[in-house]
Design a protein around this ligand. Structure first.
Ligand SMILES: O=C(O)CCCC[C@@H]1SC[C@@H]2NC(=O)N[C@@H]21
Length: 237
């Protein structure tokens, strides 16, 4: 059952949802904050969170036989893509889980796990595109579409997420197929930075070669070899 709670301000809805999960909250709970004072991004980065954009976290309780929990980011991405299209935007998905418009970042997805609880945190630039990520950013409003009401947007997103979650539970493949339909095409030039940036081989350039069956990125290197990448930052080049 979908249950949406809204608070005016908090440090991070992901942190709050992890605490709620530890206290026994059930699947389907969403927490939205009008603003966050310590929003969390991927790989330890901050997520600047002024009022006007969507900041929300959702709780999934893993069940035996569920696909790889990391692929819940794909569930979030295809649900977000569907709702954004209903609002008139035409994003492109970039691995692992960014939605972009003309190369500029529109959304962020952060998964955090504790035992059988996976918190799916979602930020969507509805009204503003906060700078400081070191990359191009955009918002729905900047696309000339008007800024959607975050609460109404979240209701649509919660419904789409629940539907795609049920699909995911029947197997990853339909989610993977929709993800690929909405992603940049095969052959797109990508640059990948692995999480351990100090590693001597931490940067790969190559061509997008789809996803493997588990949702990992396939990158075709200049040598022709395909590198399968499970975690990292990906840039369009
Ligand atoms: O770096 C990214 O791309 C992921 C950003 C995720 C931000 C969202 S906003 C709601 C939830 N609460 C957080 O603290 N982070 C996520």
């Amino acid at each position: 059952m979908i249950d949406i709670r809204t608070v005016p301000s908090t440090a991070s809805t992901n942190a709050d949802m992890l605490a709620l999960a530890a206290a026994g909250a059930g699947e389907g709970l969403w927490l939205r904050a009008v603003e966050q004072t310590a929003g969390r991004g991927r790989q330890g980065r901050a997520w600047v969170s002024p009022p006007g954009n969507l900041y929300a976290s959702n709780l999934v309780r893993l069940r035996p036989g569920d696909p790889n929990p990391a692929t819940l980011a794909m569930v979030a991405a295809v649900a977000l893509d569907e709702v954004l299209r209903a609002y008139g935007a035409t994003p492109t998905i970039k691995w692992p889980n960014d939605l972009l418009i003309e190369g500029a970042k529109l959304t962020g997805i952060l998964l955090e796990r504790s035992g059988d609880a996976v918190v799916v945190g979602i930020g969507v630039n509805l009204a503003h595109s906060p700078e400081g990520l070191g990359r191009a950013v955009t918002s729905v409003a900047a696309q000339g579409l008007g800024a959607p009401d975050p609460e109404l947007f979240l209701r649509d997103l919660a419904e789409a997420f629940a539907r795609w979650l049920a699909v995911w539970r029947s197997g990853l493949e339909p989610v993977r197929r929709r993800w690929l339909e909405r992603a940049h095409p095969p052959g797109t030039a990508l640059s990948v930075r692995l999480p351990d940036q100090a590693a001597i081989d931490g940067l790969f350039d190559g061509l997008f070669d789809g996803l493997d069956a588990d949702g990992a990125l396939r990158l075709r290197l200049a040598s022709g070899e395909v590198q399968v990448i499970h975690a990292g930052d990906v840039f369009l080049i």
